[in-house]
Design a protein around this ligand. Structure first.
Ligand code: FAD
Length: 273
């Protein structure tokens, strides 16, 4: 079953909501006066976008909680869902129940990771799950409730969600789950949520990045070993490198520019061509 992420609904005008939320903090005007200026276009969409974008570069995060997105998510595994529901703040989950939903004929949908397919082991996984499904069916037929028969089911079993998440929480989830250290399913779901937001509000959707993105931290704060193993590490500095640079600068240990560096700087344009 393929992973599907659908943006069902969202704050009507995210930029307008964010502008109002931030502007109220920094203005002598009342929210009513601010919104009147928005409605009669004394404040344009472009001005609001620019203002919001500048605020997004700061640590003032609570106004971002005022914009929300609703998603339908299907075809994910229970291995994914265990991780997903660990997010505790600014997100509400409804998940398909294995108590109230009984799999008919012992047929439960599940995910086969690409690594298993690549290793040529999908047939064995399918065969094992066929046996699991058959025993599940037998248990249900024997009167064992679905909530107990499900003890047989694997992490691979598919599940569905309806969630509502605010923008602050979605930024945090993308910080962590677009990172190459996150599990592949979670990266895929986060990437699909990002592309859905990009379609309706690219002005804020582009801030949904892994934490090392140029609109987020801009550097990697994972271990140096993980950073070295990450393909994105090649274009992102590790935080320890930044601190080492800063400390060397403070101690006056930065290598001085050499004569040849100055020669490069002073070289005439086109010289030697
Ligand atoms: C790469 C990776 C590997 C992981 N490995 C494991 C693992 O091996 N085992 C495991 O158990 N989990 C693991 N996790 C899950 C992780 O521990 C968190 O449960 C998960 O990231 C969600 O929590 P959060 O604090 O990031 O976000 P949220 O719960 O969404 O919280 C959002 C923000 O609010 C803050 N916050 C939330 N609640 C509180 C509180 N009570 N007090 C103070 N601040 C709070 C958080 O610090 C965070 O900044 C892993 C996560 C990642 C990304």
């Amino acid at each position: 079953m393929p992973i599907q992420v659908t943006l069902i609904s969202h704050s009507e005008d995210p930029i307008r909501s964010l502008y109002l939320a931030y502007r109220v903090c920094y203005s002598a005007l009342t929210p009513q006066q601010v919104i009147a200026r928005v409605d009669d276009e004394r404040i344009t969409h472009e001005a609001m976008r620019e203002f919001v974008e500048e605020r997004l570069k700061t640590g003032h995060g609570s106004p971002l909680e005022q914009v929300w997105f609703e998603f339908g998510i299907s075809g994910v595994s229970r291995a994914f869902s265990h991780q997903f529901v660990r997010h505790r703040v600014g997100i509400s989950f409804e998940q398909q129940s294995q108590r109230y939903v009984t799999y008919k004929g012992g047929e439960f949908p599940y995910t086969v990771p690409a690594t298993v397919v690549k290793a040529g082991m999908q047939d064995r996984m399918d065969a094992l799950f066929d046996k699991v499904g058959a025993l599940y069916e037998e248990m249900v037929a024997a009167g064992i409730p679905a909530e107990d028969a499900r003890f047989l089911l694997p992490n691979a079993t598919n599940t569905n969600f309806k969630i509502t998440v605010n923008f602050q929480s979605l930024l945090h989830i993308c910080d962590l789950r677009l990172c190459t250290r996150a599990q592949w399913e979670f990266r895929k779901v986060a990437a699909l949520m990002r592309s859905a937001v990009m379609k309706v509000c690219p002005e804020i959707g582009r801030f949904l990045q892994p934490k090392c993105g140029e609109l987020r931290l801009g550097y990697c704060d994972e271990s140096e070993k993980d950073w070295a193993a990450c393909p994105i590490g090649r274009v992102r500095p590790h935080k320890d490198a930044l601190f080492r640079l800063y400390d060397a600068h403070r101690r006056g240990e930065l290598a001085p520019l050499r004569d040849e560096d100055w020669a490069t700087i002073a070289a005439e344009e086109g010289a030697g061509a």
